[in-house]
Design a protein around this ligand. Structure first.
Ligand code: NCD
Length: 310
């Protein structure tokens, strides 16, 4: 990568060349992870998570530890956030410890960029999800998973289905997939769950799931983001599964080689049937493994030096 990347808050912060560079490094880490073990020995990463997380938080922690780093985890429970400390004051406290990385997840859009403006030189800020806005490392790991499976993405028809409106994964993944030049993106959701923004103008929109599936090479499923829904009815799980659940019967409407992605956590029997989630066309567990390699690659790239060129 030519221009050095200091922080990673949004895929839009990166040039297309930088995004390709990150994905190429992630491919190399995935091919031989142990070649990178201990490369950032002694550095400090702080996970600052104001929302629940399993995959993202643990994979940042494991990625950092595989690279030889020290890791501190802070959440809302058990920290001074419970005593009313503001985000900025918590950040200043953490910054005083001179961390090399702060990975932040927060319900308010723009939080990671806000922390970039407060960070001292030498501290890299990474966005692990801000409200409904962005989850850029999930987008990278999704793209890595598709590249590994399909090679070139330019021939792919990708269906994104479910609660797109409230999903930061959808926003980041769709933006990245468009930049990587996939052939066609279809958005499939009940009207309440379609995103309102202009950016969908390029995509085909379906309010009947079955109609969206013909010829699909990839189906990216999303759970209903109950915690972000206000002013809308949350659908009954059974009704939703009937109309919007990815079942083996629905999957059979897509292209025979179609693969299924889901960022997790999955809600079995709601947006996805167990037979699909655990079936031969599912790449869900590979996504989790790739999350580790993607985050190792990102930490290496942000830390600069010649690690990223390995
Ligand atoms: C997602 C998130 O937090 O945005 N989870 C994840 O990081 N893999 C998706 C979700 O919560 O539905």
């Amino acid at each position: 990568m030519k221009a050095a990347l200091s922080h990673f808050t949004h895929t839009d912060d990166c040039s297309t060349e930088q995004l390709h560079g990150l994905l190429q490094l992630a491919q190399r880490v995935a091919a031989d992870p142990s070649a990178y073990y201990q490369k950032l020995s002694g550095q400090l990463l702080i996970n600052l998570f104001y929302e629940a997380s399993t995959r993202t938080r643990v994979s940042f922690e494991v990625a950092a530890k595989r690279l030889g780093m020290h890791v501190v985890n802070i959440g809302t429970a058990g920290s001074s956030i419970e005593k009313g400390e503001t985000l900025h004051d918590t950040f200043f406290t953490l910054q005083a410890m001179q961390p090399d990385f702060v990975v932040v997840r927060h319900p308010v859009e723009g939080t990671a960029r806000d922390l970039v403006s407060l960070a001292e030189p030498g501290t890299h800020i990474i966005n692990a999800g801000d409200g409904t806005a962005a989850h850029p490392t999930q987008a990278l790991l999704d793209a890595l998973t598709l590249q590994q499976h399909f090679g070139d993405l330019s021939g792919l028809t990708i269906v994104m289905a479910g609660d797109i409106r409230h999903s930061r994964v959808a926003r980041s993944s769709l933006a990245l997939l468009r930049r990587l030049g996939v052939k066609e993106i279809r958005l499939a959701a009940p009207a309440d769950f379609l995103p309102g923004e202009q950016t969908v103008a390029h995509d085909r929109v379906f309010t009947e799931f079955d109609q969206a599936l013909e010829g699909a090479n990839v189906i990216m499923m999303l759970r209903i983001q109950k915690e972000r829904i206000s002013g809308l009815n949350i659908p009954d799980a059974g009704d939703y599964h009937r109309d919007w659940g990815l079942t083996p019967q629905r999957l059979a409407l897509a292209a025979p080689e179609c693969r299924v992605l889901h960022p997790g956590p999955i809600n079995r029997g709601v947006e996805i049937a167990s037979a699909v989630a655990d079936g031969p066309q599912s790449l869900i567990r590979l996504q989790v493994r790739n999350g580790l390699y993607t985050r190792m690659a990102l930490l290496l790239a942000l830390s600069g030096g010649n690690h990223a060129a390995m």
